[in-house]
Design a protein around this ligand. Sequence first.
Ligand code: ADP
Ligand code: MG
Length: 448
Amino acid sequence: MENLETIWKEAEAHLEDSLPDAKKQWIKRISFGGEKDGTMILTLSSQFYKATTEKNCRTEIENMVSEIAGRDIPVEFAVDSSKKPQKQTAQKSERKSAPEPVSKNTTLNKQYSFDNFISGDNSSFAFNACKVIAQNPGTSFNPCLIYGGVGLGKTHLLESIGNYIDEHNPKMKIIYVTAESFTNEFIDSLLSKEKISSFKSKYRNVDVLLIDDIHFLQKKDSTQEELFHTFNELYDSHKQIVLTCDRPITELTDITDRLKTRFRKGLNVDLQPPAYETRMAIAMQKCREKGYQIDQKVLEYICQSINTNVRDLEGALTTLSSFASLVGKPVTLDIAREQLKNFIVSPAIKNNDITIDMIIQKTAAYFNVKEYDIRGKSRNKNITLARHISIYLASILTSFSLSEIGKSMNGKDHTTIMYSVEKIKSILDVDDSVRQAVNSIKNELIEG
Ligand code: ADP
Ligand code: MG
């Protein structure tokens, strides 16, 4: 049996990778405090840190520790004031990396522009609307919401608006922020009066506010409240607001009606998956941009096979180009098929025909376990593997977000879902029986 300290080290690393910044700061303050009758003891330097860590991260910690151990491990928190010095270092480095009050437009990623966005029938309305906004910020289409599935260019367009304005109106203050960072910053600001007022003034004194992935705000009531006031203030003073979301506003749940109404004002535009010809144009553009040399036939194969997500298309190009430079040979169609076998499930991937229920049903049948157990909490090795595989398949075969997958797995949190996906990805290449299980269930689902 693995010792609890090793398990904690691994859990700590995973939690630091996967939790949002606001929660990560508590993980950094934890030390391993030993074990008592099979219970893992985690210590913090003060009662305050202990209480806050328990309140904020207890579930995530317990889930991660048990996930890694493959069995339920009780966790207890204790205070050990001798641990202070180490924690002061952590605080110091946090302070250093905390976001500075934005005075200039440093939040934008310069790699995204209208010039390197390929517009097709699927995206021309959104593309043209974003250009008009960038040319006349605050005057037309305010607010604007761009919505669409994962990897279809929402962030690309949002950042392009920011970069265009930054170039043509350098005096304008622009903030690009993901809804997740906005939430984390807001939580962090609650620690002091000065912080909250600097948070409010940071977001209420911009000319252009670009918020990415607002679906993240579901269930975050206080952040929604704060955004509502920020929104009103900016809107009333004719400042430009652009938002992105992975679904139409009407399909968001747990967002207050008054905020939904604000989001729906102005213009809502959607991004659809690109048609084959547009995918080819995007692939060729990415190859030009990154200097990849990939044969036309191989590009055609990739663009025929990956049809719903431009990010995956780019990932496939990067994989093949790295392979070609490692072996020093051009990529043939056979090599492409072999290299992309985990990437390209079939031309029918991510359609709406495959549901999470179907995935769980087939996985349960394959492993001869109960569907109920896959959704549940059992730590039985076989059931845990079936659960990881179901979650992994849901992430590659459906368009549901990790949080949505979590919801249909009896309300598991985003971190647990991400852990399962990463776990299967990391063993797929080295564990034949897991690969066989994944492929067999996958093929059955696609053919069925
Ligand atoms: P989303 O935010 O919708 O999940 P992104 O904007 O991050 O998607 O896009 C994923 C990747 O695909 C990015 O690297 C982006 O540059 C690229 N991409 C998406 N659509 C296009 C397009 N029409 N033209 C060029 N690149 C695109
Ligand atoms: Mg995005």
